[in-house]
Design a protein around this ligand. Structure first.
Ligand SMILES: NC(=O)C1=CN([C@@H]2O[C@H](COP(=O)(O)OP(=O)(O)OC[C@H]3O[C@@H](n4cnc5c(N)ncnc54)[C@H](O)[C@@H]3O)[C@@H](O)[C@H]2O)C=CC1
Ligand SMILES: CC(C)CC(=O)C(=O)O
Ligand SMILES: [Mg+2]
Length: 357
């Protein structure tokens, strides 16, 4: 199969983790006889450095003309003083919105090999951690008005969290469809005891659930959900939640599985074109040190194979290669535990790619 993939390296560890995932893409091409045309474009700080704009029009055009997008991560301290509308993070939000990627799937699954890396107690880990965060990605407070103004002699700032019925309905359907293929349970996370946007969210989710009588629906307030993720993560199958809550809860979910470095994500809308990226950021504290964990990005490639290209076998081969490297005891620093061998980002990528033959 021929596929066009727009590749955005981004900032910080972005270029390092993308380099390793491209090694994996090349091996998949060879093994399965596919042709992946990789078109490199810039977004975020790297784009600001080149042309002054965090999201150049060429990047948008190439992404729209591609079958999928692979992204490392954007942002970093160098760009924190940019005007709000030209920050790297806004470029990322812009791509998500312009491509209509309203659904973000973030799997939190504990690799058996990483049990010792989880900070949770053994009996909690033993109960199993395997759930999917279905995060709404193009609405909510990240996309509402952001205002700073002077009032009564001082600065006042506010950000608007807004959802329409149709926005909630379409992401709820994604969550119920996802649950049907898994454990048939959806926990909708909101703050309906306080927020109007959450009250609407809950009402619409209850409506959508009527079309899925085979899926069990529960509701949880987000503060409780943050606590339950540590207390009893085995209770969750699919967590459905709005943009910012999903952003925060998925970082927490990653840590209970050992590290944020291994969690991939898939973002999609109504077409098969998706964007695939690890859930972490640009990790400026370890950028350029060959310490980044490339597994989240490599598993994002596996999600691209599965969700955008319907290449189930290719996805499986990548996941198995990751599993084998972990079986052999190799870890990047963030996954280190007793009796493991710490290796760098490049070696991790090489070893995973070598196991695809
Ligand atoms: N999708 C994206 O492009 C995202 C971008 N950001 C941006 O990234 C920058 C840094 O943000 P932070 O809040 O520090 O979050 P971060 O996720 O970049 O880093 C948090 C911590 O996790 C570690 N970490 C992250 N990814 C890792 C990996 N693959 N391997 C090993 N360790 C890893 C980092 O070293 C750091 O200690 C900011 O400019 C932020 O806005 C943050 C989140 C997502
Ligand atoms: C720009 C941020 C919203 C990115 C982020 O933290 C994420 O999507 O996880
Ligand atoms: Mg985040």
């Amino acid at each position: 199969m021929n596929k066009k993939i727009a590749v955005i390296k981004g900032d910080g560890i972005g270029p390092e983790i993308i380099e390793e995932s491209v090694k994996v893409l090349k091996k998949i091409e060879d093994k399965f006889g596919h042709s992946f045309e990789l078109i490199y474009v810039d977004a975020g700080g790297a784009a600001i450095d080149k042309c002054g704009k965090a999201l150049p029009q060429e990047t948008i055009d190439v992404c729209l003309a591609s079958d999928s997008v692979l992204l490392g991560a954007v942002g970093g301290p160098k760009y924190d003083s940019q005007p709000a509308e030209n920050r790297p993070e806004r470029a990322l939000l812009g791509i998500r919105s312009l491509l209509g990627l309203y659904a973000n799937l973030r799997p939190a699954k504990l690799f058996d090999q990483l049990r010792d890396a989880s900070p949770l107690r053994e009996e909690i880990v033993d109960a199993g951690i395997d759930f999917m965060v279905v995060r709404e990605l193009t609405g909510g407070v990240y996309f509402g008005d952001h205002v700073t103004e002077e009032k009564d002699g001082e600065a006042v700032a506010y950000d608007v969290m807004k959802y329409s019925e149709s926005e909630v309905k379409r992401i709820a359907k994604v969550a119920f469809d996802t649950a049907r293929l898994r454990g048939k349970k959806v926990c909708s996370v909101d703050k309906a005891n306080v927020l109007d946007s959450s009250k609407l969210w809950r009402k619409v989710v209850v409506e959508v659930a009527k079309d899925y009588p085979d899926v069990e629906l529960s509701h949880m307030y987000v503060d409780n959900a943050a606590m339950q993720l540590c207390k009893n993560p085995a209770q969750f199958d699919v967590i459905l939640t709005e943009n910012m809550f999903g952003d925060i809860l998925s970082d927490e979910a990653s840590m209970i599985t050992g590290t944020i470095g291994t969690i991939p994500s898939a973002s999609f809308g109504d077409s098969t074109r998706g964007m695939y990226e690890p859930i972490h950021g640009s990790a400026p504290d370890i950028a350029g040190m060959d310490m980044a964990n490339p597994i989240g990005t490599i598993l994002s490639v596996a999600m691209m194979m599965k969700y955008s290209f319907h290449m189930e076998n290719e996805a499986k081969v990548i996941e198995e290669a990751v599993g084998k490297v972990l079986d052999q005891g190799y870890r990047t620093k963030d996954m280190e535990s007793a009796n493991t061998t710490v290796i760098g980002c490049k070696e991790m990528g090489d070893r995973i790619a070598e196991l695809i033959y």
